[in-house]
Each structure stands twice: as C-alpha cells, then as structure tokens.
Design a protein around this ligand. Structure first.
Ligand code: PLP
Length: 385
C-alpha cells in the first residue's frame, strides 16, 4: 500500500472516543455522567441563533472570501484594539472552520525535519499530533503540578536551541485549567523577546473563561511580538458554538498570504452562515455569556472543594477553562486505570491524563461542562473508587 508514511505519525483526541464509548453505554440503558467532553453544555445564545437563521433567509449561503467576510474581520480588529490596545488590521486576521486549522497551518509552516517545535505537556493532544505529522521534532515542555501547571520559564529556556522554530503556549490551559496571570506572562514575554528567530503560537481559545475577576493577559498586549506571533481564538468555547466550526486567528503580516492559501487549498472558506452568527456574537449583547461564565465559576468552586474532600484525591484549583485535573495516584491506580473503572463500574466518563501527553500519568481530566447536579452525583461516585 503506497500510503504516505507521514500519516502514521498522526495521533488523535481520545475525548472523542470516550464520548463514543459513553454514548454507547447510555444507549444500552446505563446511567452515564459525561465529564469527558470539552464543550460547553449550554445552548448557543438565542441572538446568535437568530442571526444564523436570518443569514439563511437573506440568501447568504454562498462561498465567502477565503479569509472570511470583511465585516467579521473588521469587528475582530476593533475588538482587539479595545481589549488589548493593539492595532491589527482586518488583513492580518483569518477566519477558519474552528480554531483547529490554525494548529495544522502553524505546524505546516514551522515543521520539517530540520526544525523543533516546543509544546505544552500536558496539553491539547492535537499539538503533538500535528508537529509529528509535519516532520519536526516534538519537544514537550512539561507543566508540573508543583508549578500549578504554569510554564516554568527556566525549563522553557533550557529547551530552546538554534533548531527551535515555534513555541506553542496555551493559556488558560486544556487539560489542567491552569491560568497564567499578568506577572507570569510578563516573565514569559521577557524570555520570548530574547529569541527573535522563534515564532510563537498562542492558543487563547479559553481567553474569556477565566475566574476570580481576573482578565486574561493576551500575548497581543505585547505589541513588540507582532511580527512573529500567531494567535488562535474562536467562538467554540466562549459562545457555546463548538458545532458551528468557527475560529479566528491573527498572523504576522509576512505569513498571512501563505495562511490564506492554505485556507483556499483546504476548505475554500468557513461556513457563511456561521460567520454571520459569529458577527452577532462579537457585536451583540454579552449578558448570556457572562451568565455562563459565572455558572462555570460556581462549578469550578464546587469541583475543587468536593474533589479535595475525597481522601485519596488531590486537586489543584483551576483558574480558567472548564477543566479540573486531579492527581489520583493515591487511589493505587494510574489515570488510565482510574478512567476505565470510573466509566465501566461507576458510570462516569473522564479522560486519562496521558491523553494529553506522557507526563500526566497520575491525573485525569474532569470537564465541568455538565450540570451541578450531575457533577455532584459524579463526584460522589468517584469517591467510591
Ligand atoms: N485549542 C484548545 C486548547 C482546545 O481545547 C480546542 C478544542 O477543544 C481547540 C484549540 C480547538 O477548538 P475548535 O473547536 O474551535 O477547533
């Protein structure tokens, strides 16, 4: 079979296979609580749904510009100026079907045998998969529980060498829920400023889901990185739009044409209907989103307090996203064993830490994108393991 060897480097996201397994068990009549999947359990706010219906009725159903409709890119450009005081032109912004293609495109641009790409471990599994597919050496930056899963700047610096082409940062982090605040990001940027040949992919897809009245310090606040900074963001998590497949990204001027060519080659353009819905999300009222984030914070507090009451489980306090990443080693099981037992014997779907990298053997990811009632029931069940 003359299939490209590179394809065998591809890895996957086990959250999807766990979802399939959980659905299969539910279909057999088992009482399953799904804390595995990384998507908000709320419906897309009504004003956004209506904007999509209006777009269909107004006949906005054709191809759009491959980089997305101008109104949407303008709206994002204005938002970035207001939020981060960074003047990014609509030409430097790309709209894609979800945020994921930005990881793929970045890996294609900075991959190849001669390059090394640094990525967070534990981290979103698609980073390593795409880096390996690109042919580059995948260099894990281990995030440690004793550092609250934040980036250890000295450790990061020790991994950078003349082959390093790209560093991937994810704040707030999936799967740990860690959130690096302004002072830590200042230190990180101080380091990044020293390595002028290295590009940065800052995955900020959870930027609006941060707790305790903090504001997310985007790397866009540091105007001096613009010429080598790629920002990944989108609608999936903030606006409960995972299935609408809509993401936005910012690219250095010198890379935007290549990124746009990748869009034309790959998907032509993002869904026109989703783009008009996305425009309403950016320009319309935000009360619904605020309510959703408050609800996530309530759940975060509940999960943090109650997991730590279980004598053999220890959980760090997540500062953002909707995940907790408890250490379960004292149960006598590793993360994979614990997740299997949780699903098959106790009806709770979780994702083992090793799905996010080799370092997280003793952890599982708990998504609190489920009702408080279900979360309470699930934690009770986990306390019996
Ligand atoms: N980046 C991170 C850290 C994620 O967790 C996800 C989705 O789970 C994505 C990117 C991709 O988001 P999208 O659904 O918009 O493609």
């Amino acid at each position: 079979m003359k299939v490209s060897k590179r394809l065998f480097e591809l890895e996957t996201e086990s959250a999807f296979s766990i979802l399939a397994k959980a659905n299969e068990l539910s279909a057999q009549g088992k009482d399953i609580i799904n804390l595995g999947i990384g998507q908000p359990d709320f419906e897309t706010p009504k004003n956004i749904q209506e904007a999509a219906i209006k777009a269909i009725k107004d006949g906005k159903h054709g191809y759009t510009a491959s980089n997305g409709i101008l109104e949407l890119r303008e709206a994002i450009s204005n938002m970035l100026l207001t939020d981060y005081n960074n003047k990014i032109s609509p030409e430097e912004i790309l709209i894609t079907p979800g945020g994921k293609p930005v990881i793929f495109f970045s890996a294609l641009m900075f991959g190849g045998k001669e390059n090394e790409i640094i990525y967070p471990d534990p981290g979103f599994p698609i980073y390593r998969s795409m880096i390996k597919y690109s042919g580059a050496k995948a260099v894990p930056l281990t995030l440690k529980e004793e550092d609250n899963f934040n980036i250890n700047i000295k450790k990061l610096e020790s991994l950078i060498n003349e082959k390093t082409s790209l560093i991937i940062i994810n704040n707030p982090n999936n799967p740990t829920g860690s959130f690096m605040q302004k002072k830590q990001i200042d230190d990180l940027v101080g380091l990044l400023e020293k390595y002028k040949d290295v590009h940065i992919l800052s995955d900020e897809i959870y930027s609006n889901i941060v707790f305790d009245n903090h504001k997310m310090p985007s790397l866009l606040e540091y105007n001096n990185l613009n010429d080598r900074l790629i920002i990944l963001n989108g609608w999936s998590k903030t606006f409960c739009m995972t299935g609408w497949r809509l993401g936005w990204s910012v690219w250095p001027k010198k890379l935007i044409d290549i990124a746009n060519k990748l869009c034309v080659n790959n998907h032509s353009c993002p869904s026109s209907i989703s783009q008009y819905a996305g425009l309403e999300a950016i320009l319309g009222p935000k009360e619904e989103v605020k309510k959703i984030i408050n609800e996530f914070e309530k759940r975060r507090n509940f999960v943090f307090e109650n997991l730590n009451k279980i004598h053999n489980i220890r959980c760090f306090k997540p500062g953002g996203a909707f995940y907790a990443f408890p250490n379960i080693s004292k149960t006598g099981f590793n993360g994979s064993e614990f997740s299997n037992i949780a699903l098959n014997n106790f009806g709770v779907a979780l994702v083992p830490g090793t799905s996010f990298g080799d370092s997280a053997v003793d952890h599982v990811r708990i998504s609190f994108a489920n009702s408080l009632e279900n979360i309470e029931k699930a934690i009770y069940r986990l306390s019996k393991i």
